[in-house]
Design a protein around this ligand. Sequence first.
Ligand code: DQA
Length: 146
Amino acid sequence: KTVFVLNGPNLNLLGTREPAVYGAQTLADVEQLCAAACARHGFALRFHQSNHEGALVDWIHEAGRLHAAGELAGVVLNAGAYTHTSVALLDAIKGTGVALIELHISNVHARESFRHHSYIAAAAKAVMCGFGVKGYGLAIDGLAGL
Ligand code: DQA
């Protein structure tokens, strides 16, 4: 089965973006960590990042087609700031029925109040935040246990 790991806006800047909040590891490091976690469980990995909301919607639809074919282990989505704004991502998750873990590198609940609300959480299997980039590996382990 396949795991989709989807990253939203500004996550291409990991490593240099507010390192006190997001750490020093790059998105390439995160991809390697996800590949290792998927290898542990025999999952194939699709790893993507986009700054565009619609690209994330399209990848969720693609994951939905694998889900319908019984070939999807699940989706790990760090939607970045779209978490707090995007009804379109919520509708894509609901519309495809994919098992999805909402992930944040930082503990969004310890930050500004506008980061406390998520449109995605209502359609997620699980929500994970605050483990740093290690959370990606933990989320993939979690999908293996679903
Ligand atoms: C984030 C938290 C969001 O509030 C923020 O907009 C991001 C990253 C995180 O991984 O901690 O871009 O999703």
